[in-house]
Design a protein around this ligand. Structure first.
Ligand SMILES: *Cc1c(COP(=O)(O)O)cnc(C)c1O
Length: 496
């Protein structure tokens, strides 16, 4: 299996190369040349397997330059009981036709762990395979969750260095505390005076800077990315769509072969794209529901075919989705253009230069046949948390609640009552303040984030994630906040 760039001006590369580099030379994203097929009988066979073996089944189809034993080594180091508990991805039935897939049982309490616990192991092996002797510098722009998950994954991983940029005023208290207390000899964390899009743009600029790349190469470094533009981030996410489907069959919610819906709280379009890829591989999926918060650029895009990032940016209570440029959409455009990379390159240039683009009617039709999109405001998000907790004793975080409410809108509009899996992307503790306000329906006055954790625990009896509770006693190691235009020089001056 070889990989091409979505912009067509890059050579065919192996998966190890794609994982090592992150971004293609022409600025595009790596995608597999074709999609391997998984048969219903293969899916059935997954029923008896633990998550790690299900993961190998899927990964092996894409990462063909890794041996099965190498992949086994990677997944067994990633999805350990110590890090994820007995079941890394529980599927929790909430109503007769709705189950929630909890993707946040990893070390940082957000779904990013599913990929970022595995990526460093894939990366280390990729470095060996490529005969790369330079040190890999991982640059991360984060809206909150990727940063911590990447830090946790790469901390003290040999021959790597990781540098994280987060919007200093754009993450939750717990998210910030998680990042600024991160230990490890090879980690750096900086707040930036800007939002996530600024951080992401800054990182992309650094990647695209040939002079910097040359200077780095001379010093013995090479850049890579742990953002979901990296193929090594996406492929582990395909696994849990299969796993969730298999568990729904096992639970008797559906019969093998039934097509189901997934609803995904979406920001950079990485998670939901993995669901689309699972469908391309043969997973019986009816519809993928793309849920956004007030930053509803994707809702507009899927409904009209026009992508326009020139709009007001809102800071919401689901900050991991506060994004106006969804990088992975480029991979979907490539897929629906039947691999017309030139077309994709034109659209991406237009987005860069003018801030918007419009796709063809034909491409839009294809997208609309697979996806439905809706957005959910702050009041609706909190209302959904409060109501689902009251009616079903199920507590959701703000991101999951956006997905839940979007599903309700879909069902109302379409009368489609197909069995649906809601992807739950964060523990309610990660956004404790908003969750407490939602279940009390009033303003929360407690400001100390750790007092808030204890308050939610006392009330709901759900245990606080151990690592989150422990943050309170950890020393702050990373205090620096920098202007956006100093990101590049900060990187160059601080390599270890
Ligand atoms: C990253 C994140 C999202 C958005 O996922 P994408 O893959 O960027 O679409 C949603 N919810 C949470 C909690 C996240 O951390």
């Amino acid at each position: 299996m070889l990989y091409v760039s979505t912009r067509g001006k890059s050579d065919l590369v192996s998966s190890a190369y794609a994982i090592n580099r992150g971004l293609a030379k022409d600025g595009g994203l790596f995608v597999p040349q074709s999609f391997p097929k998984i048969r219903l009988s293969d899916i059935k066979a997954m029923e008896k397997k633990p998550y790690t073996e299900r993961a190998i089944d899927v990964l092996f189809q894409f990462l063909t330059d890794y041996t099965e034993d190498e992949l086994r080594e990677c997944v067994e180091q990633a999805y350990t009981t110590i890090k994820f508990g007995d079941n890394p991805v529980p599927l929790v039935p909430v109503t007769a036709n709705t189950s929630v897939l909890e993707l946040w049982h990893g070390p940082t309490s957000a779904f990013k762990d599913m990929a970022l616990q595995l990526l460093p192991h894939l990366m280390t092996k990729a470095t060996q395979k490529n005969g790369e002797d330079r040190k890999v510098v991982i640059l991360v722009a984060t809206s909150g969750d990727t940063g911590k998950a990447a830090l946790e994954g790469f901390s003290d991983v040999q021959n790597t260095e990781i540098i994280v940029f987060y919007p200093s005023e754009g993450v939750s208290d717990i998210q910030k505390q998680q990042m600024i207390t991160q230990m490890g000899k090879n980690v750096q964390v900086y707040g930036i005076e800007g939002n996530f899009d600024d951080a992401q743009r800054g990182v992309k600029q650094i990647f695209g800077d040939e002079n910097m790349a040359r200077e780095l190469a001379e010093k013995g470094y090479v850049f890579s990315s742990a953002n979901s533009i990296n193929w090594g981030r996406l492929v582990p996410q395909i696994v849990y769509y299969f796993s969730a489907y298999v568990d729904a069959v096992k639970a008797g919610s559906i019969k093998l072969g039934d097509a189901i819906n997934f609803v995904v709280p979406t920001g950079n379009f990485g998670n939901i794209l993995a669901g689309y890829y699972a469908k391309l591989m043969g997973l019986p999926v009816e519809r993928l529901l793309c849920a956004s918060n007030s930053n509803n650029v994707l809702t507009d895009f899927i409904n009209t075919g026009i992508y326009d990032r020139k709009r007001e940016f809102y800071k919401t209570i689901s900050p991991s989705m506060d994004i106006l440029v969804s990088s992975n959409l480029e991979r979907l455009l490539y897929a629906v253009s039947d691999g017309d990379a030139e077309d994709v390159a034109v659209l991406m240039n237009k987005l860069n230069e003018e801030g918007n683009y419009k796709i063809s009617g034909e491409a839009l039709k294809k997208i609309q046949s697979q996806f439905f999109a809706a957005w959910v405001d702050e009041v609706e998000t909190k209302e959904a948390i409060g109501r689902v907790y009251a009616d079903h004793s199920y507590l959701m975080d703000t991101h999951t609640a956006v997905a839940w409410r979007a599903l309700e809108k879909y069902r109302f509009l379409t009368s489609d009552n197909t069995f649906t899996i809601v992807l739950s992307t964060a523990s309610p503790y990660k956004f404790c303040n908003s969750v407490l306000e939602a279940i009390h329906d009033n303003k929360e006055n407690e400001a100390n984030p750790f007092a808030l954790l204890r308050k939610l625990e006392a009330e709901t009896k759900l245990p606080i994630p151990i690592r989150m509770e422990a943050l309170e006693k950890l020393p702050v190691l990373h205090k620096q906040v920098i202007p956006v235009d100093q990101m590049a020089e900060t990187v160059m001056n601080n390599l270890k």
